[in-house]
Write a protein that binds this ligand. Structure first.
Ligand code: NAP
Length: 282
C-alpha cells in the first residue's frame, strides 16, 4: 500500500502560491483568524496556521475575543474586520460558543474574504460548480490530494462517509465536478461496510476514531482519511484504521501527515486568490 503524504502535496501548492504572490506587487496578504475563547484545539490550529502561512510568505493576525463576549459586540467587531482593507481573508474557528449566532456570522462574512467557504454565496458557488468562490478548505484538500497524486476521478465510484457542510456535502459537489460518481453515506446508511466496499475511492469524514477498517475497503481502493480524533490513549488518530488496510487498499493517507497538511496549504492558496481578486491587491 502506498502512503499518500500531505507534505508532498503541500510542497506543490507552496510553489503555486509563490508564483501567485509575485502578482501581489510586493504586498503581503493577511489572514485574520477569529477566535472566541481559549479552546486548546483552536489554539493548536491557530499556532499551526501561523507557522504554515509564514512559511508561505504570508501574515496571520490572531483576532481573539473573550469567551463571554456578547453576540452584539462580537458582530460589531466582525463587521470592522470585514471592512478592514488590511485584512485580505478571514477564517473563523468554529464551533463558536453557543451564545454567539454562528448563522449570523455566515451571513455577515464578506464572500470575497471567506476563505473557508462558510457564506451562503460561496456554498452556492460550490454547489453550482462555479470555481470563482471559495470551497471549504478541507473538502478542496481531498480533491487536491487525489489530483496531485495523479489519481483519476472521472468515471470513478467515490464513496464519502459523512455529510457535514464542512466536508461531506461540499466534497460530494467537488468530486461530481471532477466527473466522479458519488455516494454519500451517514448514520442511516444501510450496510455501510458493503456500500463503502463499492468505492474505488473511499473518503472517511466521520469523526469516529479508526472506525473505517479493511472490512469497509474494496480491493485496490484509494482511501482518504479526513478524520482528526484523539484516541483513548490521548494520541491523534484518523477515522481510518490505517494499519489494517495493508494488502487491501492500493493507497491511503495517514493521520497525522495526510489531509490536514494539505488543508492549511489550500487555505494559503485561497488567501493568495483573495489578494489577487478584484477588491484585493490587484
Ligand atoms: P460531523 O459534522 O460530526 O459529521 C460527521 C458525519 O459522519 C455526519 O454526517 C454523520 O452522519 C456521519 N457519521 C457519524 N458516525 C457515523 C457512523 N457510525 N456511521 C455512518 N456515518 C456516521 O464531522 P465533520 O465536521 O464533517 O468532520 C469529520 C471528521 O473530519 C472529524 O474527525 C473532524 O475532526 C475531521 N476534520 C478534519 C479536517 C482537516 O483539516 N483534516 C477539517 C474538518 C474536520 P449523520 O449526518 O447521519 O449524523
Amino acid at each position: 500500500m502506498i502512503t499518500l503524504k500531505g507534505a508532498d502535496v503541500s510542497a506543490k501548492i507552496k510553489e503555486q502560491v509563490g508564483e501567485m504572490l509575485k502578482g501581489c506587487q510586493g504586498k503581503t496578504p493577511k489572514l485574520a483568524i477569529v477566535r472566541v475563547g481559549e479552546k486548546p484545539d483552536d489554539l493548536s490550529y491557530e499556532r499551526g496556521a501561523i507557522k504554515k502561512l509564514a512559511s508561505f510568505g504570508m501574515e496571520v493576525q490572531s483576532v481573539a475575543f473573550p469567551e463571554d463576549i456578547d453576540d452584539e459586540t462580537f458582530q460589531d467587531k466582525f463587521w470592522d474586520l470585514n471592512k478592514d482593507p488590511e485584512v485580505t481573508g478571514i477564517l473563523v474557528l468554529r464551533p463558536l460558543p453557543a451564545h454567539i449566532d454562528e448563522k449570523a456570522v455566515e451571513n455577515i462574512i464578506d464572500p470575497a474574504k471567506d476563505l473557508d467557504g462558510i457564506s451562503p454565496v460561496n456554498i452556492a458557488k460550490v454547489f453550482a460548480g462555479d470555481a470563482t468562490g471559495f470551497a471549504p478548505c478541507t473538502a478542496e484538500a481531498v480533491v487536491e490530494m487525489l489530483r496531485a497524486n495523479g489519481i483519476p476521478m472521472a468515471g470513478k465510484r467515490a464513496v464519502i462517509v459523512g455529510r457535514s457542510m464542512v466536508v461531506g456535502k461540499p466534497l460530494a459537489m467537488l468530486l461530481m465536478k471532477e466527473n466522479a460518481t458519488v455516494t454519500v453515506c451517514h448514520t442511516k446508511t444501510v450496510d455501510l461496510p458493503g456500500t463503502c466496499r463499492g468505492g474505488e475511492i473511499l473518503i472517511a469524514a466521520v469523526g469516529r476514531p479508526e472506525m473505517i477498517d479493511r472490512d469497509y475497503v474494496g480491493p485496490g481502493a484509494v482511501v482518504i482519511d479526513v478524520g482528526i480524533n484523539v484516541d483513548e490513549h490521548g494520541k491523534l488518530c484518523g477515522d481510518v484504521n490505517f494499519a489494517s488496510l495493508e494488502g487491501k487498499a492500493s493507497m491511503s493517507t495517514p493521520v497525522p501527515g495526510g489531509v490536514g497538511a494539505v488543508t492549511t496549504a489550500v487555505l494559503a492558496r485561497h488567501l493568495a486568490q483573495a489578494a489577487l481578486s478584484e477588491g484585493g491587491f490587484a
